[in-house]
Design a protein around this ligand. Structure first.
Ligand SMILES: [Zn+2]
Length: 133
């Protein structure tokens, strides 16, 4: 895995603001979501799932995730990145966090700092990570 702060070409301030807002709203717990193009040519948007989260972990409701995956398949959409927050400020990914690369090559980690959030773009070096249904 490559750790980098390089932003993907599709990244923009609106997505950044929305990720930060979701991270803030979830406090003191973690937030989780995906950045998706719901169909080809659409602007990237953020998708979140109902679930369970604590200060150090999250679980998205499986049925919602599966329903979303089939919907995305039907509209020929793509998952551009996953994101989640670390309210405790941890800047590294746990082994469990690395499973998020099953969604997309890019993972955005929002780590809480004294005066806000730091965003890190983690990019998997593997080219062939994608979900097959
Ligand atoms: Zn984490």
């Amino acid at each position: 895995m490559i750790l980098s702060s390089d932003k993907p070409a599709w990244w923009n301030d609106q997505l950044r603001d929305e990720c930060i807002l979701l991270a803030k709203r979830a406090l003191p717990n973690e937030a989780f979501g995906l950045v998706c193009r719901l169909s080809p040519g659409n602007d990237p948007e953020i998708v979140t799932f109902p679930g369970f989260s604590t200060e150090t972990q999250f679980d998205a409701e499986a049925q919602s995730v599966i329903r979303f995956a089939y919907r995305l398949l039907a509209t020929n959409g793509t998952v551009l990145a996953s994101f989640h927050s670390h309210p405790n400020g941890r800047t590294s990914l746990s082994r469990r966090d690395c499973s998020l690369f099953d969604w997309a090559r890019v993972h955005i980690l929002l780590s809480r700092t004294n005066d806000g959030w730091t965003l890190m773009f983690h990019t998997s070096s593997s080219e062939d990570l994608h979900i097959s249904l």
